[in-house]
Design a binder for this molecule. Structure first.
Ligand code: PEP
Ligand code: MG
Length: 600
């Protein structure tokens, strides 16, 4: 995917004195030049005051007007949602329908009106009180459906308060062309709504390099930076903004000289990308003739064009969370089947590895409504959640089994930590197979391989046992690094400690790879290091022959594979695995790569 073209003539140019430079952690390479857009979290301070008895009717009308205005705003968004591609538009559409319902005489609207009349308080304070009460009541009911509505109610409430206080709301649908989004935080669900045709790039205050928001930026090919402390407070809407994703720099109000330099850098980046793109037809083989399977990770169905254009050998990781994002209900079996079927058809015989829902941590889709728990990264997430609520797993397995009748699919289970979990999933799958067969529904034959994600240190250490119960392994180094080093992958304050080259992480990768080789099952890596050519030689040297990554990274990794001598890489991996110091390991990795890698 290419960046939208910048429009040099419309961007205001500043003097060197106005230029402001901010540094953070670059998480997605490329240069964006565009118009600063400060993303709104929607929070507004709500004043509270008493209304005189003779002004009560006026206050109630003010509220009625705010509701009518909110309804018009939501209608506009509904129209926009309908023009979004595929399931994204559909999902957003359902959510907005629910918003419209809430604005039509619901408990919220009636409650606010009653508070204005009886408590004689201003409308915005009445909205705030009513929302707090509803949310409190719903939270106490321990009902998954009601809990899922809480965010929707808050969202509608914020919109009403904004209309009453006349604070404009700025949704993504109203972005200017070539927007450089500057935000406190973007959730993965927010990022799923970004249209690369409009957005040039983004920078946020919060978030880590391995967070799902960063992963999505790389998949969409958007230059992005996280950990930009102080940025949002000092930026103003409409200013010229430059993002250098490789350097981790944001430049606000660049001088004419700086702007010219970044235009050159951007042109060079795009030229290099076009050049690498020419590799999409040549095979990924090492100098000594070993074929390496380079597959794609997919976060959103819209990325499939990019996957095919990059020459991916298949999809090594379909993160199925998108099916559950930006909506307030669960996707049905048919809906999941339809979306996956389209992918299988587009892949035309290439394998599709579908990971079952990996909710939790920094990507809890609101539709599930399950609490985050005291420590979301260690709580009821991923396969644990699916086994606790087997209806979610059954629906997903049924859809996958049906899709498997139309092309090669594999089932991948996230966050496995024990053999018992694998056995439990296989038990659920047997039941689903029986049910589908009873209904004479066509399913995959033979049944799809069931694989284990190795992303918990305990799973890596028990890889021998897990391998006997798995048809394949996929190492998720993003979580494996997080859990091994106790570093929250989405927390910018500890991002400097997040290091997949830590000897502990490498030993767990090596241990898992050896267990898979002994059990003769395929093993791949689908964490972010798979898409970084810096790690390619080391991973191949450790015996890995399948890598799955953001499609945008396939050409760079392929170039590295084609320049690599496997015997030399294996020798270097052996030397590296004898080390206990991360800094020395990094030097050994970089020396081996010297001259082979081009920089972003
Ligand atoms: C991983 O943890 O490395 C992985 C691929 O899964 P995710 O990034 O979706 O958690
Ligand atoms: Mg993971």
């Amino acid at each position: 995917m290419t960046n939208p073209p910048d429009r040099p003539r419309v961007l205001p140019v500043s003097t060197p004195q106005d230029e402001q430079i901010f540094c953070g952690l670059g998480v997605s390479p490329g240069v964006a030049i565009g118009v600063a857009y400060l993303h709104d979290t929607g929070k507004v301070n709500v004043p509270e005051y008493k209304i005189a008895p003779n002004a009560l009717e006026g206050e109630r009308s003010r509220f009625v007007e705010a509701v009518a205005r909110a309804s018009r705003q939501v209608s506009l968004l509904q129209r926009k949602a309908r023009s979004l591609p595929g399931s994204t538009g559909e999902e957003l559409g359902y959510l907005l329908d629910a918003y419209q319902q809430m604005l039509k005489g619901s408990r919220l609207v009636r409650g606010v009106d009653r508070r204005i009349s009886e408590e004689r308080i201003n409308a915005e304070a009445a909205v705030q009180w009513e929302i707090d009460q509803i949310v409190h009541g719903f939270a106490a009911m321990d009902d998954a459906y009601l809990a899922a509505r809480i965010e929707d109610i808050r969202d509608v409430g914020r919109r009403l308060i904004r209309n009453l206080t006349k604070t404009p709301f700025k949704p993504f649908s109203l972005l200017p062309k070539n927007a450089v989004i500057l935000a406190e935080e973007l959730t993965p669900a927010d990022t799923a709504l970004l249209d690369p045709a409009t957005v040039a790039g983004f920078a946020t205050v919060l978030g880590g390099g391995a967070s799902h928001t960063a992963i999505m930026a790389r998949s969409l090919g958007l230059p992005a930076i996280v950990g930009m402390t102080g940025l949002v407070n000092r930026a103003s809407d409409g200013a010229t903004a430059v993002i250098d994703g490789a350097e981790g720099k944001v430049i606000l109000n660049p001088s004419a000289e700086t702007l010219a330099a970044y235009r050159c850098k951007r042109a060079l980046f795009l030229k290099r990308r076009r050049h690498l793109h020419r590799l999409h037809k040549v095979p990924a083989i090492t100098l000594d003739g070993t074929g390496i399977s380079l597959q794609a990770n997919l976060e959103l169905p819209a990325e499939i064009d990019g996957v095919l254009a990059a020459g991916a050998a298949g999809i090594g990781l379909l993160r199925s969370e998108f099916l559950y994002m930006n909506r307030s209900d669960l996707p049905s079996e048919d809906e999941q089947y339809d979306i996956m079927l389209q992918m299988v058809q587009r892949l035309d015989g290439r394998p599709l590895t579908i990971r079952t829902l990996d909710a939790g941590g920094d990507k809890m889709p609101t539709s599930l409504g399950f609490g985050d728990g005291p420590n979301p990264a260690l709580g009821l997430r991923a396969i644990r959640l699916s086994l606790k609520h087997p209806e979610i797993l059954e629906t997903q397995l049924a859809a996958i089994l049906r899709v498997g009748a139309h092309g090669p699919v594999r089932i991948l289970l996230p966050m496995i930590s024990a053999v018992e979990e694998l056995q439990a999933v296989r038990g659920v799958m047997e039941q689903v197979v029986r049910r589908l067969k009873r209904r004479h529904v066509a399913i995959a034959s033979p049944l799809p391989p069931v694989g284990t994600m190795i992303e918990v240190p305990g799973a890596a250490l028990a890889a021998d046992a897990l391998a006997w119960h798995s048809d394949f392994f996929a190492i998720g180094t993003n979580d494996l690094t997080q859990y091994t080093l106790a570093i929250d992958r989405a927390d910018e304050s500890v991002a400097y400690l997040y290091n997949p080259l830590h000897p502990a992480v490498l030993r767990l990768i090596q241990f898992s790879a050896e267990a898979a080789l002994r059990a003769r099952i395929p093993i791949s890596i689908c964490g972010e290091i798979a898409g970084d050519p810096r790690y390619t030689a080391l991973l191949l040297g450790l015996g890995i022959r399948e890598l799955s990554m953001a499609a945008t990274n396939i050409p760079r990794v392929k170039q590295r594979v084609r320049g690599l001598d496997l015997v030399a890489a294996t020798g270097r991996a052996r030397v590296i695995m004898d080390q206990s110091d991360s800094a020395r390991i990094a030097r050994l990795v970089d020396d081996f790569n010297a001259d082979a890698l081009d920089v972003d």
